[in-house]
Ligand binder design. Structure first.
Ligand code: IPM
Ligand code: MN
Length: 354
């Protein structure tokens, strides 16, 4: 099974973590029917400085002609607001990647790094945020003038229906009992449209419980009873915010993975942590967010559930042996990006050999 994977390492810690992702993919190729060809598609702040474009046309062509995109992180200090970010938005909009899948799972080994007391962790945290990824204020409609500025939050029925449908199907496929919709329907008209669609569709899923909750209350309940959520579907901006909150609950932003997905089309997989310029080049970034994004790629784009699960198992095994500094535990070895990546790759190799 030959797959072309476009690679955008980006800025800051991006190259460091993506290199570990590539290493993992090579291990998979060694022990499965996969054959991967990697094609670099530069994007972000550094390339903008060189070329004046944060997503050069040539890069976008490479991405469009690949089977999936592995993305690191973009952004360098001192750039005007929005320059580097626009590359991500162009990819999301340009490829119509309307689903942003963001799993938040607290591994047992990392309970010591969860900022919550045990009573709030309860039976554990295993939530998947399904973030709408192409509409809302991210459509970038508006203006900035001297005395005022405006952003338009636009949602279409089709846009709401397809993401909510995906969330219900995701919950069903994964044996979840409940789908939670997060909105602000007491204020926003877009949320009123969203909520009516969420409830209208619920009748097609009689086995799933549904609940809706306002975003402000949800931010509280996410730290108060995180164990009570399974599939959580929400609009673009709310999803951006709650996924960072959720990521710290699992020990570190460095642990959190994501898939920007359009089923059946080229999709993009990236850790959610960003370029972290303060630690860039030091070799200490946590590669797990990227490795778990590779897991999502293997499962969501290439349909190989079992290999993806082995990646997750390899990650979990490693957490009992050593840690990068963001999740450090004094009883365990502190590892560099590279060492952590090597250890996980070797564990995956052992698992795939069997
Ligand atoms: C994210 C990021 C992006 C977003 C930025 C970099 C455009 O914060 O993926 O969560 O706002 O969606
Ligand atoms: Mn974000």
């Amino acid at each position: 099974m030959k797959k072309i994977i476009s690679i955008c390492k980006g800025d800051g810690v991006g190259p460091e973590v993506v290199n570990e992702g590539i290493k993992l993919l090579k291990v998979i190729a060694d022990h499965s029917d996969f054959e991967f060809e990697f094609q670099e598609a530069p994007a972000g702040g550094s390339i903008w400085k060189e070329t004046g474009e944060s997503l050069p046309e040539k890069s976008f062509e490479i991405i469009k002609n690949s089977d999936a995109l592995l993305f690191g992180a973009i952004g360098i200090p001192g750039l005007p607001q929005g320059i580097a970010e626009s590359a991500i938005l162009k990819i999301r909009q340009g490829l119509d990647l309307y689903i942003n899948l963001r799993p938040i799972k607290l591994y047992d080994a990392l309970r010591d790094r969860c900022p919550l007391k045990d009573e709030f962790i309860g039976k554990g945290i295993d939530i998947t945020f399904v973030r709408e990824n192409t509409e809302g204020i991210y459509k970038n409609i508006g203006y900035l003038k001297e005395e005022e500025a405006q952003n338009v939050m636009l949602y279409t029925r089709i846009g709401c229906e397809r993401i909510i449908k995906y969330a219900y199907e995701f919950a069903k496929k994964n044996g979840h009992s409940k789908v939670t919709s997060v909105d602000k329907a007491n204020i926003l008209k877009t949320s009123q449209l969203w909520r009516s669609i969420f409830h209208a569709m619920a009748v097609q899923y009689p086995d799933l419980k549904t609940e809706d909750i306002y975003i402000d209350a949800f931010c509280q309940w996410l730290i108060r009873a995180p164990y009570s959520y399974e599939t959580v579907v929400t609009e673009n901006m709310f999803g951006d915010i709650i996924s960072d909150e959720g990521a710290f609950l699992i020990g570190s932003l460095g642990m959190a993975s994501s898939g920007n997905i359009h089923p059946g089309k080229v999709s993009m997989y990236e850790p959610i942590h960003g370029s972290a310029p303060d630690i860039a080049g030091k070799g200490i970034a946590n590669p797990i967010g990227t490795l778990l994004s590779v897991k999502l790629m293997i499962q969501e784009s290439f349909g190989q559930e079992a290999i993806g699960n082995e990646i997750e198992n390899a990650v979990e095994d490693t957490l009992n042996e050593g840690r990068t500094i963001d999740i450090k535990n004094d009883a365990l070895k502190t590892l560099s990006t590279h060492e952590m990546g090597n250890l996980i790759s070797e564990k995956l190799r052992d698992r795939l050999k069997k």
